[in-house]
Design a binder for this molecule. Structure first.
Ligand code: G6P
Length: 611
């Protein structure tokens, strides 16, 4: 949540900061600011998006070769010029940018007020800036020592970048719970909360770990712990290309990412399904497979779309691996007193690998001695580093705030895991094993074909773009798809939408149905097909409008529904991979027609690093 960028070197800092902020904008976009350090520290900040800051900056002088920038998703204090980052300490010694939350900031604030400090903003960040300054002045210590001492007094999470007026040759950075990565150039260093602003300059990076403090000069990187132990920076190569983070010919990142799915699923298979379609290999699980096969149950945790993918996983593991599964919202799981045993396996699903609640739930499970696995997209992010083992989705960078290709990549990984475990346990017959691998390998081609119907989805969107409510219904494997379809619509078009198990409709939502209510029913041929046909009849009997996702050639539902959107035939266990695509596009077109900012929907952020 929120994006951080920084630079120190010989180049003019402003273009690097502003372009970096544009790349990070999906992290938060209610206000933005930058600061450069020349003879003095200058700070410019503005409520609104990065383009508003850019306009504001058009007549400002921001020369300098050292600087930091931020795009914000508000936690403490409403979006405003004052609450925007960077924040300056009272005497102007320090300018800081902070992602995360300082939980004990009220205590620290009142102590500082007692010592004569006053505050311009409502943020926890300004408290930290003044705490560092207080220690710096009172203790007559260096900026680095002041930062490290201040951090020992802080409870909470942070990704921090700091400029000190009296020490203009350095940026100090620190991490606990909120990611930071340093890019290594020639006589220059870049800094960001993820690698996207860095990749166009360098592919050599160092990821900070929790409790790391970096002192970055243009020709030197010193890495320490908060407690002053020296560390050796571990330099890694970024596996990211600039083309992956550009919109190219697409109007929006979300559209690009929807259309990328045939390729991203192929990338998820790569090296895992053998060419002769006989073998499935998940290298990341090799070492833990014996423990996985002994598992008493699986607990899947995630948030948002990742939680929906987890629900599909529940059906897959039960069907194919005959394992009991519970799927939990990470935020609920971590605050309960869950019964976790050493023979439980926790699977944490997360696109970003940084979601705070998921990370905290992982910690809880680790403390209880369970085996903790991750299914993540962002290589090198916190969750893969915190888990015992895992499988990357390899879907490539997802920039649109509404998750699309991550969902299909996560379901693909879950399917592969369930097939692998089922076979290894001897509960999945060989013919079904081979059949499923073959079906999985055909998904990219079938999805490519499905995407050729985009114009049809757009026309349906045109008919219903003005609706105030939508209901999404599905059963079995398609119940999570209904939830995901409803989530996509509400997050980007702001239309109220609910996903429901189709049979539950009779216990409440049926009261909502009238001639104005579009009901999207996922009615693909599966073992409960007849039941879902009855549900469609129930909606039609109350004059509801039915948009049905059906299997190709379905004549029965065609005669009942107002619209049918066909998907190619595929085993129901993996049909969610196809059924979700028309729903993604329907939401996309409705949001565009309503004039919504598809890639940066209001109030949302791509990666939720606060609890
Ligand atoms: C935010 C994003 C969603 C995402 C959820 C979980 O709410 O807007 O698209 O599904 O976080 O994120 P994760 O990175 O853990 O999958």
């Amino acid at each position: 949540m929120c994006g951080i960028v920084g630079y120190i070197g010989d180049k003019n800092v402003y273009p690097i900061l502003i372009n970096g902020l544009k790349r990070l904008e999906s992290r938060g976009y209610d206000s933005a600011g930058i600061s450069s350090l020349n003879e003095d520290i200058k700070v410019f900040k503005k409520k609104g998006k990065v383009c508003d800051l850019e306009k504001y900056m058009s007549d400002k002088d921001i020369s300098g070769t050292v600087g930091i920038g931020h795009t914000r998703w508000a936690t403490h204090g409403e979006p405003s010029d004052i609450n925007a980052h960077p924040h300056t300490s009272r005497n102007g010694h320090f300018v800081i940018i902070h992602n995360g939350i300082i939980e004990n900031y009220t205590v620290l604030k009142s102590k500082l007020i007692n010592r004569g400090y006053s505050f311009a903003s409502e943020t926890d960040t300004e408290v930290l800036a003044n705490l560092i300054e207080y220690i710096y002045i009172k203790g007559k210590v260096s900026a680095e020592i002041a930062v490290r001492l201040a951090l020992t007094k802080v409870v909470g999470a942070y990704g921090l970048v700091i400029l000190c007026r009296n020490e203009p040759d350095k940026i100090i950075a620190a991490r606990k719970g909120s990611p930071l990565v340093i890019g290594i150039g020639e006589n220059e260093y870049f800094l960001a909360s993820d690698a996207t602003p860095i990749v166009e300059y360098t592919k050599s990076v160092v990821y900070l770990n929790n409790d790391d403090v970096a002192i970055i000069k243009k020709d030197e990187l010193i890495l320490k712990t908060v407690k002053n132990d020296t560390l050796v920076p571990k330099i890694q190569k970024l596996d990211l290309d600039i083309g992956d983070i550009e919109k190219n010919e697409y109007a929006h990142f979300m559209l690009k990412e929807i259309f990328e799915q045939p390729r991203s699923i192929q990338d998820t298979f790569r090296g895992r399904i053998s060419n002769d379609l006989k073998d499935l290999h998940l290298g990341g699980l090799l070492d833990v497979l014996p423990r996985l096969l002994e598992a008493r149950r699986i607990i899947i945790i995630g948030c948002g779309t990742s939680w929906h993918a987890g629900l599909v996983g529940e059906y897959l593991f039960e069907d194919l691996a005959r394992l009991p599964v519970e799927v939990e919202y990470a935020s609920e799981f971590r605050y309960r007193n869950p019964l976790i045993g050493k023979d439980d396996v926790i699977i944490a699903i997360s696109q970003s690998g940084e979601t705070a609640d998921t990370l905290a739930a992982i910690q809880l499970a680790k403390n209880a001695g369970a085996l903790v696995l991750g299914i993540c997209n962002v290589v090198g992010s916190s969750i893969p580093r915190e888990t015992d083992a895992g499988v990357y989705t390899h879907a490539g960078p997802e920039i649109g705030v509404a998750s699309t290709k991550s969902f299909t990549a996560q379901v693909t990984v879950l399917a592969m895991m369930a097939i692998l475990i089922g076979r290894s346990k001897g509960v999945l017959p060989e013919a079904e094993y081979l059949g499923l691998i073959s079906e999985l390998s055909q998904i990219p081609g079938k999805m490519e074909y499905l995407l050729t119907f985009n114009e049809k989805y757009r026309k349906i969107a045109e008919l219903y773009m003005a609706a105030n409510n939508f209901l999404y219904l599905g059963r079995g494997y398609f119940f999570p798809v209904a939830l995901e379809g409803a989530l996509k619509l509400k997050e980007i078009s702001y239309i109220h939408a609910e996903g429901y198990p189709a049979a539950e409709m009779k216990h409440g939502p049926i009261a909502l149905i009238d001639e104005n209510m579009p009901v999207v029913v996922i009615a693909v041929k599966d073992k409960s097909y007849d039941k879902i046909v009855s549900n469609i009849q129930e909606v039609k009997a109350r004059n509801g409008i039915v948009i049905a996702i059906v299997s190709e050639g379905d004549e029965i539902i065609k005669n009942m529904a107002d619209h049918v959107l066909e998907i190619p035939h595929v085993d129901e266990k993996i049909a969610s991979l196809l059924a979700v695509v028309p729903l993604q596009l329907l939401s996309y077109h409705i949001a565009v027609m309503r004039g919504c900012d598809v890639d940066q929907p209001r109030n949302l952020a791509k990666s939720v690093t606060v609890e």
